[in-house]
Design a binder for this molecule. Structure first.
Ligand code: AKB
Length: 319
């Protein structure tokens, strides 16, 4: 059985990946680590093994890895795209600092390492429709710069040292459990909360701006499946495009209206996030992930919307 460490465990993906990994591999085989004190965390994280750690503190990470005989690490440490533009130096320090630490630790301790990339690794000169796996990558956000750097570093550590690095390029992730923080795609989560609470949403992204999105259960499946995949079938290895749905604000609003008929939306465009969104693909081609390790998403916009509204309505009514 694998012994897994999830670093950056309290973020949007980690908060749900940790319980899912514990369900799949067993409570005792999954260690969650984060900068936060246990008292600041959701019970789902601290009910199992939890270690408080700064991902920039390499000796502390090594201590945890040795203490728990870890063989696989999920690196979920990142400042997202929008907050990155407010703090570019910090974005580089955290996103790349954590990755370099973990790559070195993985090399020295023979660990497998999952690091997510993003649609943010593409830029305005990338083909926008059916964006290929291998294509132009000249991102214009610091987040994107750290993601391309991360993709290249992971490839380098595999080729040079044989470290089992793996990863996918995630779309915007939509979840009913944990809110994202500081991303460009966050509108596609906020809209559900506001639709249920107020029946209205003011969107900061312009109509007609398409981006890839994915429901959390598919995101968790991608992260686990790529780490379980038979790597002898890999032609690529890191940063596989994974896609499940692409939409623009009017389309998610229309999907919500099918369930909440009185829902209305207007716009107040945020130029920073709009600029980032326009520099990203409309829709990625994920055929390499499908062919090389059997990637297949479950949810589309309508099935995700029904699920989100059902889960959030029940939760927000209780609150
Ligand atoms: C963001 O919007 O920054 C993230 C991402 C697409 O990586 N959700």
């Amino acid at each position: 059985m694998k012994k897994i460490l999830v670093v950056g465990a309290s973020g949007q993906i980690g908060s749900e990946l940790v319980p899912e990994l514990r369900r799949v591999y067993g409570e005792d085989n999954v260690v969650a680590a984060d900068l936060k004190e246990p008292s600041q965390l959701a019970p789902t994280l601290v009910n199992g093994i939890y270690e408080q750690a700064d991902a920039l503190d390499a000796p502390r990470l090594v201590e945890i890895i040795k203490k728990h005989n870890i063989d696989s690490v999920y690196n979920l440490v990142a400042l997202l795209s929008s907050v990155g533009e407010q703090k570019p130096q910090l974005s580089w320090k955290i996103n790349i600092g954590a990755l370099v630490n973990l790559l070195e630790i993985a090399r020295e301790n023979h660990l497998a390492l999952f690091t997510p990339s993003s649609i943010g690794a593409f830029g305005p000169t990338t083909p926008k429709d059916n964006t290929p796996q291998d294509t132009i990558q000249r991102p214009t956000s610091i987040y994107g710069v750290t993601k391309v750097t991360g993709e290249l570093l992971c490839d380098y550590y595999f080729k040079k040292y044989g470290v089992d690095t793996r990863g996918v390029r995630f779309p915007g992730i939509i979840s009913s459990v944990t809110l994202p923080g500081g991303g460009t795609t966050d509108y596609a989560v906020d809209i559900y909360y506001e639709a249920i609470k107020k029946g209205h949403y003011t969107c900061y992204i312009k109509p007609g701006t398409y981006m890839d999105m994915m429901y959390m259960p598919d995101c968790l499946k991608a992260a686990i499946d790529v780490m379980e995949a038979d790597s002898s079938k890999f032609i690529h290895r890191n940063c596989f495009n994974v896609a499940s749905m692409s939409f623009e604000p009017e389309q998610i609003a229309a999907a919500i209206k099918k369930v909440i008929p009185g829902f209305t939306m207007d716009y107040d465009i945020d130029p920073v996030r709009q600029g980032i969104a326009e520099s990203w693909p409309n829709k990625m081609d994920d055929s390499c992930a499908r062919a090389e390790w059997g990637w297949k998403p479950t949810y589309d916009l309508d099935s995700m919307t029904e699920d989100m509204i059902r889960i959030l309505s029940a939760r927000l009514k209780k609150a």
